[in-house]
Design a protein around this ligand. Structure first.
Ligand code: NAP
Ligand code: ZN
Length: 349
C-alpha cells in the first residue's frame, strides 16, 4: 500500500516528503495507522550516517503510536481499533536464547524499525515518520494510557524503555542514590522513572537553563556538570549512574562519583569514543562501567503499564512534518523540553 512518509535520500540532504510501500498484512501482521512518532537522537545519528551503514532512502522513527487498522488471520492479541505502539524493533529470529528470554533487543538477528534487513521494498525497513506501518504481532505493544495522552506516550517506546530497562536491571529503588547524565529525551524519562521507582535522583546537565526544569521532572538535586565544585560535592556517593549523553565526553568526572561497587551504564551512542575512566578509578572502589540497549518486548510492555499506572508520559513539543529538519537542529542545540513528537496527520498534508 502506498504510504506517505518523510525521509532523506543521502546523509547530507534534508528530510523531505516521499512515498513508500507497506506490505499487505501477512497472517502474523498488525497494520497500524500511525498517529504520532517521536524524534529520537538515534534518528539523527542514522539519517546523517553518523553511524556506519545507513541505507537510503532512510525513513527514521521508532517511537510510534497509533491505531490498528487490520490484522492477519493468526493475530490473537490485537483487533482493529486498538491503541498500540511500536518501538525500535519490528522482528528478530524468535528462537535464539535471547528471544526465548524475551530479550529480542539482544538477538543477533533483531530487525530495527528502520535500516534493518527485510524482504519488503526497498530491502531495508522504513520507520515511523510515515502514515502507516505493518509489524509482526510479537513486536506490537498495547497502550493503556488515556487516548488524550497518546502523543506524549510515543517517546516511551524508545526513550522510556531505554532508561527503564537499566534502572530495573541495576535494581534501582528506595534507598538508592541515582544519577542521570544528560537531560534530553532519554534523560528526562530516566529522571521521571527513577523517581517513580523510589530512588533519590540527581540530574546532571550541561545546561544552566535546565536547573529548575529538571527538578519539576522529579530530580531531588540538579548538578550543572561544568561546575567542578558542584561535582566534587557528590564524590563516592552514587549507587548507579545512567549516562544518556549523545556526544563523546570524559567519563571520569562522573565515574568517580560512584561509591564502592557502584555502576555507570552508558545508553548514549555517540559515533566516536569517550575518554576515561582511569584504571585506578575502577580498581579502588570496585566500580563497573556497562551499557544497555533499549529493552525486550515483555519489559517494554511492563514499562508502558508501569507508566500508565503512575500517570507517566514524556514532556513533548508537538510538531508537523515540515518542521523535522529544524527540530533536528534544535535537538543538537539542546533546545527541546524534552522530546519532539511529529503529528503523523501532517505527512500527507
Ligand atoms: P537528546 O534528546 O539530544 O539528549 C541528549 C542530551 O545529552 C542533551 O540534551 C544534553 O543534555 C546532553 N548533551 C548533548 N551533547 C552533549 C555534550 N557535548 N556534552 C555534554 N552533554 C551533552 O538525545 P536522546 O534522544 O536522549 O539520545 C541520547 C543518546 O542515546 C543518543 O546518542 C542516542 O542515539 C542514544 N540512544 C541509545 C539507545 C540505546 O538503546 N542505548 C536508545 C535510544 C537512544 P543537557 O543539556 O542536560 O546537558
Ligand atoms: Zn530511539
Amino acid at each position: 500500500m502506498t504510504t506517505k512518509a518523510y525521509g532523506a535520500h543521502a546523509a547530507d540532504l534534508p528530510l523531505g516528503p516521499l512515498n513508500i510501500t507497506r506490505r499487505a498484512p501477512g497472517a502474523e501482521d498488525v497494520q497500524i495507522e500511525i498517529a504520532y512518532c517521536g524524534i529520537c537522537h538515534s534518528d539523527l545519528h542514522q539519517v546523517r550516517s553518523e553511524w556506519a551503514g545507513t541505507l537510503y532512502p532512510c525513513v527514521p522513527g521508532h517511537e510510534i503510536v497509533g491505531r490498528v487498522s487490520a490484522v492477519g488471520s493468526r493475530v490473537t492479541g490485537f483487533a482493529a481499533g486498538d491503541l498500540v505502539g511500536v518501538g525500535c524493533l519490528v522482528d528478530s529470529c524468535q528462537h535464539c536464547a535471547e528471544c526465548a528470554d524475551g530479550l529480542e533487543n539482544y538477538c543477533d538477528h533483531a530487525v530495527g524499525t528502520y535500516n534493518g534487513p527485510t524482504p519488503d521494498a526497498p530491502g531495508h525497513t522504513l520507520g515511523g515518520y510515515s502514515e502507516r506501518i505493518v509489524v509482526h504481532q510479537r513486536f506490537v505493544l498495547r497502550i493503556r494510557h488515556p487516548e488524550a495522552q497518546l502523543a506524549a506516550v510515543a517517546p516511551l517506546l524508545c526513550a522510556g524503555i531505554t532508561t527503564y530497562s537499566p534502572l530495573r536491571h541495576w535494581r534501582v529503588g528506595p534507598g538508592h542514590k541515582v544519577g542521570v547524565v544528560g537531560i534530553g529525551g532519554l534523560g528526562h524519562m530516566g529522571v521521571k522513572l527513577a523517581h517513580a521507582l523510589g530512588a533519590h535522583v540527581v540530574a546532571f546537565t550541561t545546561s544552566e537553563g535546565k536547573r529548575e526544569a529538571a527538578k519539576a521532572l522529579g530530580a531531588n538535586e540538579v548538578v550543572v556538570s561544568k561546575n567542578a565544585g558542584e561535582m566534587a560535592a557528590h564524590v563516592k556517593s552514587f549507587d548507579f549512574i545512567l549516562n544518556t549523553v549523545a556526544a563523546a565526553h570524559d567519563l571520569d568526572p562522573f565515574f568517580v562519583l560512584l561509591k564502592r561497587d557502584g555502576a555507570m551504564a552508558l545508553v548514549g551512542a555517540p559515533p566516536t569514543p569517550h575518554t576515561g575512566p582511569l584504571a585506578f578509578n575502577f580498581i579502588m572502589k570496585r566500580r563497573s562501567l556497562a551499557g544497555s540497549l533499549i529493552g525486550g518486548l515483555p519489559e517494554t510492555q511492563e514499562m508502558l503499564d508501569f507508566c500508565a499506572q503512575h500517570g507517566i508520559v514524556a514532556d513533548i513539543e508537538l510538531i508537523r512534518a515540515g518542521q523535522i529538519n529544524a527540530a533536528y537542529e534544535r535537538m543538537l542545540a539542546g533546545d527541546v523540553k524534552y522530546r519532539f513528537v511529529i503529528d503523523a496527520g501532517s505527512f500527507g498534508a
